[in-house]
Design a protein around this ligand. Structure first.
Ligand SMILES: [Fe+2]
Ligand SMILES: [Fe+2]
Length: 152
């Protein structure tokens, strides 16, 4: 009985920890939405022709990711945050600076989701695991794409 009770407590602890890391991911997605919207508006020079669309697609992807993370928090009976991560967004119209900032942002996203996945595995929810793994792979693809875009 005592053993059973500690299992229950352990699960509650894991879920609390998971909701906290999901909220960090959500805050980071909300920041990504602000960053990419800003860069889509300000990107200048010849690269504006495709980067404005590219950044806009990143806005849409971040909205989708935020929705996935929010649903996960709701499923766990947590409270989703509404504020973006406070890390400042560099204002620039220079596309190389934008890509460098995007690269840092995507690397941080990969790091955040890689912390989340083991916690989801621990609570044994395969549906949540699958949906968040998709997001993790999206972020990894973005990192690789930006690495290539930053090459001369
Ligand atoms: Fe994302
Ligand atoms: Fe991303």
């Amino acid at each position: 009985m005592a053993h059973h009770q500690s299992d229950v407590e352990e699960t509650a602890m894991s879920e609390k920890e998971l909701v906290e890391s999901l909220n960090r991911a959500l805050a980071w997605e909300l920041r990504a939405i602000a960053l990419y919207s800003h860069y889509s508006a300000y990107v200048s020079g010849i690269h504006r022709l495709y980067l404005a669309d590219h950044f806009n697609n990143e806005v849409n992807e971040s909205v989708t990711h935020a929705a996935t993370v929010r649903s996960a928090i709701v499923k766990l009976d947590g409270t989703a945050i509404t504020e973006r991560d406070a890390t400042p967004i560099l204002h620039t119209s220079n596309y190389k600076e934008m890509l460098a900032e995007a690269y840092e942002t995507e690397k941080k996203a990969v790091e955040t989701y890689s912390e989340i996945l083991p916690l989801v595995e621990k609570i044994g929810d395969t549906e949540l695991f699958d949906s968040l793994e998709v997001v993790y792979f999206d972020e990894q693809r973005s990192v690789e794409e930006l690495r290539m875009m930053l090459k001369d």
